[in-house]
Write a protein that binds this ligand. Structure first.
Ligand SMILES: NC(=O)c1ccc[n+]([C@@H]2O[C@H](COP(=O)([O-])OP(=O)(O)OC[C@H]3O[C@@H](n4cnc5c(N)ncnc54)[C@H](OP(=O)(O)O)[C@@H]3O)[C@@H](O)[C@H]2O)c1
Length: 278
């Protein structure tokens, strides 16, 4: 039987998904009462009972709360205690391990917001376990939820999580910068800019489902169009210029890797960019 501690976006998603996949959830606990607007159908409690009857305890609280919460809890041998964080190592669960429980991490590689029905299906999950048996149980749990399991050891976690952060929040931050420039150019409202640019972004990302980045790349870097890049650089604000230049260098690397334009044309684009550090 499973206990879910933490009723945020991920805790609630687990609370909905696990029973649907035939897993028994016997406890849903949150530190404070869940707000009414979240319209949660399952019963969540703020009273934390003894946890010994649960085989699996999922600590779905924010990263900074995982270790302190774990330190206040009593565990027993045979239990598996798991956090959902991509950034934290298994050391955050050391107090559970010292009490004889196995510990692990299952980090869904998805940006999860409140109320999503099936946030896990089709995504991958970074897994770690303190024992082979724990690792195997987490792999089974991931597959049950429709997640593809990937091993991520403790030393690899900061880089793994940096990559995940760039792929999610980084893409949103880049989109927001593009939308600001678009509004400045066209006078569009925030909503109009988002509506105009989103099909462009989604279309570009969708290409990655079938093609590797060197083939999916479009635009003046793929074409080797130095004149266009020069005109972009003249129009961009100083703030955005350094971001544009960094991405331009990455795009040129892709264009070269994919032989997207003759090397001399790509050299001409490269020559429009300042050398690093200038
Ligand atoms: N959301 C995502 O996209 C995503 C994706 C993959 C993994 N994760 C991981 O999943 C875990 C949960 O994230 P989330 O997005 O569900 O967070 P969230 O929606 O922000 O909810 C945070 C939860 O942590 C609880 N909490 C905060 N401080 C606490 C404390 N000191 N003691 C006990 N509970 C405390 C909150 O309780 P209150 O309601 O009482 O404040 C709330 O239930 C994190 O480890 C996160 O890294 C998140």
């Amino acid at each position: 039987m499973i206990a879910i501690l933490g009723g945020g976006a991920v805790g609630q998603a687990l609370s909905r998904s696990l029973p649907r996949e035939g897993c028994r959830v016997g406890l849903r606990w949150n530190r404070s009462p869940l707000p009414r607007w979240q319209k949660v159908s399952a019963r969540w409690t703020t009273v934390l009972p003894a946890l010994d009857r649960f085989d699996l305890v999922l600590l779905a609280v924010k990263d900074a709360a995982v270790e302190p919460l774990c330190q206040t809890l009593r565990f027993r041998r045979g239990q598996l205690v798991v956090h959902l964080s991509g950034a934290l190592s298994l050391l955050a669960l050391e107090s559970a391990r010292k009490q004889g429980a196995a510990v692990g991490s299952l980090h869904p590689l998805r940006a999860i917001v409140h109320g999503e029905r099936t946030p896990f299906r089709g995504a991958s999950a970074g897994l770690a376990g303190s024992t082979l048996a724990a690792r195997k149980k987490l792999e089974d749990l991931a597959r049950t939820l429709g997640l593809t399991p990937l091993d991520v050891g403790d030393e690899a976690r900061p880089l793994y999580h940096a990559a995940a952060t760039l792929a999610a929040g980084g893409v949103v931050a880049l989109f927001a910068e593009a939308a600001l420039a678009f509004r400045k150019a066209t006078g569009a409202t925030e909503g109009e800019a988002r509506a105009a640019l989103l099909p462009l972004s989604l279309g570009a990302l969708k290409k990655l489902q079938a093609l590797p980045p060197p083939r999916a790349l479009t635009g003046p870097f793929a074409r080797g169009d130095a004149a266009t890049v020069r005109s972009h650089r003249a129009a961009l604000s100083k703030d955005l210029l350094s971001l544009y230049d960094e991405l331009a260098r990455a795009a040129l690397r892709l264009a070269r890797e994919g032989n997207r334009a003759p090397p001399e044309t790509l050299d001409q684009v490269s020559a429009t960019l300042p050398r690093r550090g200038r």
